[in-house]
Design a protein around this ligand. Structure first.
Ligand SMILES: Cc1ncc(COP(=O)(O)O)c(C=O)c1O
Length: 407
């Protein structure tokens, strides 16, 4: 028998990651206080989370969690179809459906699971899922797991989407896109995609993990911002762990499709229900997200300020109007070096490298929150520019020395 050694395989993969600046390490937070957190003993301003509206520590949200946990316990106890479904889940589903203008909502343990659920329960081997090239990994994995044929089109290219759908006229079709792209921050051309889906009889599914709460009227997300409804977008995803500050997700849309998911989606049927206390926390968060418009106004102001200042200092921005404001570095090692230097200066910004983003597109993914102040944003931008200049100078010195040695 000549089976490969697992240890050698894992060691080789790690060595390969190390050689290409792709090692991933996790950091340990010991305390969170608003936008500040204590990370491995150092106090940092967090510019890499997804708590856009600043609700994760809101007293009403935390209070709802504590109240419900003291009455109902900490866990989910069982799956929804056995004994885990609680009236708090019903209340949250109704509130989300009312907010986002959908006939029905269904809760999931996470956005990742919800995406697996939607694609797996709607598509089989004979079918096709057409996706934007920059969609979130969970949508890509969902299509792979469902066994359907997966085709990808160039980013935000509705023409590309229709070409792919036309080339596969057999089988049921789904057109799936992020609403707000998680690593780029731009918004999908949803009106054009809705037209493509209608013409091609494809089900348009919008993963609005980063849009709900943040964009659109009353924070109703990118589908509402595009003035589309359930007739155009029969299913959409809202996550509860980003702008809503909690954990979990909901799929919203056409009542029959949601009913089908509830009975057939394996990541719904074969897993423990979201703890009711967590649902209670999100219920409180949705009420705040619907009514406290100042949080979105502040985010918009901070986003505009970040962009103006970063542009003035020559940082390479992407075409994003949302609180996701990536700054391109290109080179993986440079992105890591910049993130490390920012951390030394007290700012926590994540260096995002392939395969999360395409090759040569490594970036610092800056995310803004209503918890940030104007001075925080100004300080970050100035420090980013200084760090970039220092690294550039260092590189220029190294290149000069190398050139001298060669000569
Ligand atoms: C676009 C998008 N979809 C889905 C998910 C998965 O959501 P969750 O973190 O709730 O699993 C994420 C999370 O990073 C995301 O960015």
């Amino acid at each position: 028998m000549s089976r490969p050694s697992w240890r050698e395989r894992v060691d080789a993969a790690r060595a390969q990651r190390a050689a290409t600046s792709r090692v991933r390490v996790r950091r340990t937070v010991t305390h969170r206080d608003g936008a500040r957190c204590l990370v491995d003993g150092r106090s940092l301003l967090n510019f890499c989370g997804n708590d856009y509206l600043g609700l994760s520590q809101h007293f009403a949200v935390v209070g709802a969690l504590q109240d419900a946990a003291s009455r109902e316990g900490a866990g989910g106890v069982g799956s929804h179809l056995v004994c885990g479904h609680h009236q708090i889940h019903d209340a949250l589903e109704r509130e989300l459906a009312d907010w986002l203008g959908a006939p029905r909502a269904l809760l999931f343990g996470s956005g990742y699971l919800a995406n697996l659920a939607v694609v797996q329960s709607m598509l089989g081997d004979e079918d096709v899922c057409v996706q934007d090239r920059l969609n979130h990994a969970s949508l890509i994995d969902a299509a792979r797991l469902s066994g359907c044929r997966l085709r990808r089109y160039p980013h935000a290219d509705a023409e590309g989407a229709i070409r792919q759908l036309r080339s596969m006229p057999e089988g049921a079709a789904m057109l799936a896109t992020d609403g707000v792209f998680s690593m780029d921050g731009d918004i999908a051309p949803l009106r054009e995609l809705a037209l493509v889906a209608r013409v091609q009889k494809a089900l348009l599914y919008v993963d609005d993990a980063h849009g709900v709460g943040v964009v659109g009227p009353d924070g109703r997300g990118s589908v509402a911002a595009a003035k589309l409804g359930v007739a155009d977008v029969p299913l959409q995803l809202a996550t509860l762990g980003k702008a809503l500050g909690g954990y979990g997700a909901a799929v919203l849309g056409d009542a029959d499709l949601i009913g089908h998911l509830a009975e057939t989606a394996r990541p719904y049927v074969y897993t423990t229900a979201l703890p009711p206390a967590q649902a209670a926390a999100t219920l409180a968060a949705v009420k705040l997200a619907r009514t406290e418009h100042w949080r979105r106004t502040k985010l918009d102001e901070l986003t505009g300020r970040f962009r103006d200042r970063a542009r003035a200092l020559g940082l390479e921005l992407m075409d994003s109007q949302t609180p996701i404001q990536p700054v391109l570095c290109g080179d993986d090692a440079r992105a890591l070096e910049m993130a490390a230097a920012l951390e030394q200066a007290g700012y926590w910004v994540a260096a995002i490298r392939p395969p999360t983003v395409p090759e040569g597109r490594a970036r610092l993914r800056v995310t803004l929150s209503a918890l940030h102040g104007v001075a925080d944003v100004d300080g970050l931008v100035e420090t980013m520019a200084k760090v970039r200049d220092r690294i550039r100078l260092g590189m220029a010195a190294t290149n000069w020395r190398e050139a001298a040695l060669v000569r």
